[in-house]
Each structure stands twice: as C-alpha cells, then as structure tokens.
Ligand binder design. Structure first.
Ligand SMILES: Nc1nc2c(ncn2[C@@H]2O[C@H](COP(=O)(O)OP(=O)(O)OP(=O)(O)O)[C@@H](O)[C@H]2O)c(=O)[nH]1
Ligand SMILES: [Mg+2]
Length: 256
C-alpha cells in the first residue's frame, strides 16, 4: 500500500488500537442452547438464571416456531425480570432463525444489550429440533447442545454437528436414568469419544453438584470471552434435509 494513503481512520495510533481492542472484547457473552425437542433447554436456562442472575446482568431470547411458549414458561418461573426475556417466533424450521437468517435474533439480543446495559450474559434458546440445529457464530459466542437420557443412551453415539462440535454437551435429566434403563456414565463416555475432548456434563436440575459444574463452566467461558482467550467455534452446518414428500430437496423457503 502506498505510504501516502494513511488516514486518521487507519493509522494504528495507541488510541485507535485501544478502541479496537475494547470493541473486540465485547463485555456480553452470548450463549446459545440448542438440542432436540423437550430435552430440557428452557429448564436449563431457568436454572442458569436462578443461579447466576444475582451476580450477573442477564437476558434471554427464546425461539419457538409458532408460539412464545418458552418465554412464557421462563417468565412464570420468576427467575429473571420479565422484560429481560424476549420471544422470537421463527415461523419456520428452527435452525433457519439461528443459522441462516439470524436478523430477528440478533435484533432481540442487541436491543436488550442496549436497554439493560451493561449485560454480562445473554442466553439464546433454539427452537426444539432434531439433532441438527447449530447456531451461527455470527449470533452467539459459545453454544451448549442438550440431550437427555430419556431420548435413549445411544443418542450420544449418533453424532451430528451439535453433539460433535458444541462448546459443551449436556446429558440432561440424569435423575431419570434408572427409570429409563440408561447408563449415564456410558452415555457420557460415548459422547466424549464423539467430541475429541470437548467437555460433556451429566446434569439434573435436582443434583446440586451438577448444577454447580454447569455454572462454573459458564463463568469460565465468560472470563475467557472477556480476556479474549475464547474464540467462537462453528460446529458446522446442519445435514441436508427436507420436510416431507411435497418438499423434495429444499423447497421450504430456505437453502442450506
Ligand atoms: N426429571 C427431570 N425432568 C426435567 C429436567 N429438566 C427438565 N425436565 C422436564 O423435561 C420437560 C421438558 O423440559 P423443557 O425445559 O421444556 O425442554 P425444552 O428442551 O425447552 O423443550 P422445547 O423448547 O419444547 O424443545 C419438562 O417436563 C421439564 O420439567 C431434569 O433435570 N430432570
Ligand atoms: Mg424450551
């Protein structure tokens, strides 16, 4: 680049460098929670709000296809001020709004970050999907993928981008394991094998030690995010799919 193109904007003065670093180290950690329908995503978010909102400024965005059911559940749980919980009605298959066209979610996240500034932690719940939904790293900084023991002990071996690449894999509702004949330790071991050493946590909202481990993980990621040591990872796109015979290929309004 010719020397005389230097302008006040692109001169690396100490002030400009400091501004850029401050911008890069955004205070708020945006944490996504994805996973199949009914695996306990909203309950996990309610638990995090209950445990962490005393010390952290928090907000929640939920995604439902047709309703604001999850937001209403969280508001009624009384774990966070109602106005800090927003619903995005996706109106289409859930991964679209968290991966392909993230505008509605990003608007909700940024609105609350501005309104309740400073915000430490925004939790974004994906609409319940199958095993394929993952968040775009343009929307969130880190993501949890949530399975439950009632879905079967072999689910952890089935793979997919969330199981393989999310920052944390939760094997939820471990209290139900004896009732559904699942060996939680084996399920965790299978999941660890599928994840190249990324963390796996057996969780039950009735097991205080497991809840404490979840909270420690969130605090560690928040600290790493603030220090610049955490880099958002993309677990990879969902598998190609269709929504029925009339939807051969990708005729459902969006491409993957
Ligand atoms: N036994 C047990 N049940 C749980 C636990 N966590 C959640 N549940 C129950 O599992 C069911 C589904 O929980 P939700 O938190 O609504 O699950 P979700 O993944 O948000 O569901 P969708 O948003 O519909 O996909 C509810 O009946 C919860 O009460 C747990 O740790 N143990
Ligand atoms: Mg939910």
């Amino acid at each position: 680049m010719p020397e005389n193109t230097a302008s006040p904007e692109n001169t690396a003065s100490p002030e400009n460098t400091a501004d850029r670093e401050a911008g890069a180290a955004r205070r708020t950690l945006r944490l996504g929670v994805a996973g199949p329908v009914g695996t306990g995503k909203s309950s996990l978010i309610a638990t995090l709000c209950r445990e962490l909102s005393g010390g952290l400024s928090m907000a929640v965005v939920t995604n439902d296809i047709y309703t604001d059911e999850d937001a209403r559940f969280l508001r009624s749980a009384g774990v966070l001020a109602e106005e800090r919980i927003r619903a995005v009605e996706t109106g289409a298959c859930p991964h679209t709004a968290i991966r392909d066209d993230i505008t509605a979610n990003l608007d909700a996240v940024e609105d609350m970050e501005e309104e309740f500034a400073p915000v430490d932690l925004v939790l974004v719940e994906s609409g319940g999907d199958n095993l394929t939904a993952t968040f775009s790293p343009a929307l969130i900084d880190a993501q949890i993928f949530c399975l439950d023991v009632a879905g079967g002990g072999d689910v952890a071996r089935k793979g997919g981008p969330g199981i393989g690449g999310a920052d944390l894999l939760i094997v939820n509702k471990s209290d139900l394991a004896p009732h559904v004949g699942v060996d939680v330790e084996q399920m965790v071991a299978d999941a660890e094998k599928a994840r190249d050493g990324r963390p796996v946590l057996a969780l039950s909202r009735t097991d205080a030690a497991s809840v404490a481990r979840l909270c420690s993980w969130v605090r560690e990621v928040l600290a790493a995010h603030r220090s610049g040591a955490h880099t958002p990872q993309d677990p990879g796109p969902m598998a190609p799919h269709s929504h029925g015979p009339e939807d051969a290929g990708h005729g459902h309004g969006h491409g993957h």
